[in-house]
Design a protein around this ligand. Structure first.
Ligand SMILES: [Zn+2]
Ligand SMILES: [Zn+2]
Ligand SMILES: [Zn+2]
Length: 138
């Protein structure tokens, strides 16, 4: 016969939409044993993080708002917003250093690189001439 039960939940607050998310739940039940004593049972349920790890949460990914564990949690080297392995992009800069960028920053970088190569194209009159020629031929 159960005489008492306790439930404990550990929740975290999503900093963007302010919703609560369970990260851990513990249920403890105490019951009277046939022998006359009191039996206690405790179950701890831990929710796996968005990165797939069963570890304490380190923070939220700013791109997808998933909970990232302490080991996988990192920040974007461009805007320093939190980003998880789910949404980051590892790229190498000119000095062959690996930098981590969030989705937005890597998109911005891609756009900038695209316009850079376009500028390179028009600063070379000969290349421009060829591209014009190809366009006319089409
Ligand atoms: Zn992880
Ligand atoms: Zn993410
Ligand atoms: Zn960023």
């Amino acid at each position: 016969m159960e005489i008492r039960s306790d439930k404990k939940y550990r929740v975290v607050h999503n900093p963007w939409d302010k919703t609560e998310r369970d990260v851990e739940a513990e249920e403890i039940s105490h019951s009277l044993a046939d022998t006359g004593g009191i039996e206690s049972q405790s179950v701890i349920r831990q929710v796996a993080c968005h990165c797939g790890c069963i570890k304490p949460p380190g923070g939220f990914c700013s791109s997808c708002q998933g909970i990232i564990c302490v080991d996988c949690f990192a920040r974007c080297d461009g805007c320093s917003r939190p980003v998880g392995p789910c949404c980051d992009n590892l790229i190498q800069d000119e000095n062959l250093r690996t930098i981590r960028l969030c989705k937005e920053c890597s998109n911005t970088l891609k756009r900038r690189n695209a316009s850079k190569s376009f500028l390179r194209l028009i600063s070379h009159p000969f290349v421009l001439l060829i591209s014009l020629f190809i366009q006319i031929e089409e």
